[in-house]
Design a protein around this ligand. Structure first.
Ligand code: SAM
Length: 245
């Protein structure tokens, strides 16, 4: 069953009006008919509804809400990714894959060893947000993860306290693995965590020191060196195994 996202103001008295590109998709691409059932998520309150198309007018599709869906497709823990800025096409891949795996927010992060620099960030962010929305629809997420504007290591250090834990994937860490942390007893109560991944050139020592001093946990993802685009996928897969399956 297809999934669509609407704003609060499109939901009036148990009816949902779908307009614009989703209207066109339903009518002219999917050629859906009345009585077809679809899922609709409210972007503003993360609620998801099972709906039925009532009629397809010239400019909009009117759907009737059948019921609110209880079992969410969201992870039971919110995970924010701080991704060392990779070469731009890789970030598109990282957005798509981490949205499928349940990410909550993505923060492109400027780090010392980043090769790429973001030109015209407003335009890039619009494209990245569209990639997130497409992946959220495909994977039937209840939310469209936000791709935030880029931050730096100091920004991360300043907001680490809002997380139950911040996990820094560090390729030179030899003692503590992500498994040691997420399988610990206290970790079972975590509600909100940050995962931090370096760019192709990795972290520089000062960045690791700063993150450590701010209370972040430095962890290994195993014996092999993963690409910057593989690391967040691996981290989220392990978190999903521990908190979701
Ligand atoms: N320049 C580094 C080197 O050659 O050792 C490799 C950096 S790796 C391509 C990019 C990022 O992926 C790292 O900064 C780290 O965040 C993550 N990563 C890759 N392999 C990892 C591992 N085995 N353990 C922890 N993090 C890893």
């Amino acid at each position: 069953m297809y999934k669509f996202f609407v704003q609060e103001n499109q939901i009036i008295n148990n009816k949902v009006n779908i307009e614009g590109k989703d209207f066109n998709h339903i009518k002219n691409v999917l050629r859906m008919k009345p009585q077809t059932k679809i899922f609709i998520s409210n972007k503003d309150n993360e609620k998801t509804y099972l709906c039925e198309i009532e009629n397809i007018e010239n400019e909009k599709v009117v759907c009737k809400i059948i019921e609110e869906c209880e079992n969410t497709t969201e992870l039971r823990i919110k995970v924010d990714l701080y991704q060392g800025l990779p070469k731009v096409d890789k970030l598109e891949y990282i957005i798509q894959k981490t949205v499928e795996l349940g990410i909550n927010k993505i923060f492109p992060t400027n780090m010392k060893n980043c090769v790429a620099k973001i030109k015209d960030e407003a335009k890039k962010n619009e494209r990245w947000q569209k990639i997130s929305e497409a992946a959220a629809k495909q994977s039937k997420r209840d939310i469209i993860p936000k791709v935030e504007f880029s931050v730096n290591i100091d920004d991360i250090c300043n907001c680490i306290s809002k997380y139950d834990i911040a996990l820094v994937a560090y390729e030179n860490e030899e003692n503590i693995s992500i498994k040691d942390v997420i399988t610990s007893n206290e970790a079972q109560d975590y509600k909100k965590i940050a995962i931090i991944v370096g760019p192709e050139g990795g972290f520089n020592d000062k960045e690791i020191e700063k993150l450590k001093l701010s209370g972040a946990k430095i962890v290994s993802l195993g014996k092999r060196i993963l690409r910057t685009e593989t690391a967040p996928v691996a981290m989220l897969s392990m978190i999903m195994y521990q908190y979701d399956l």
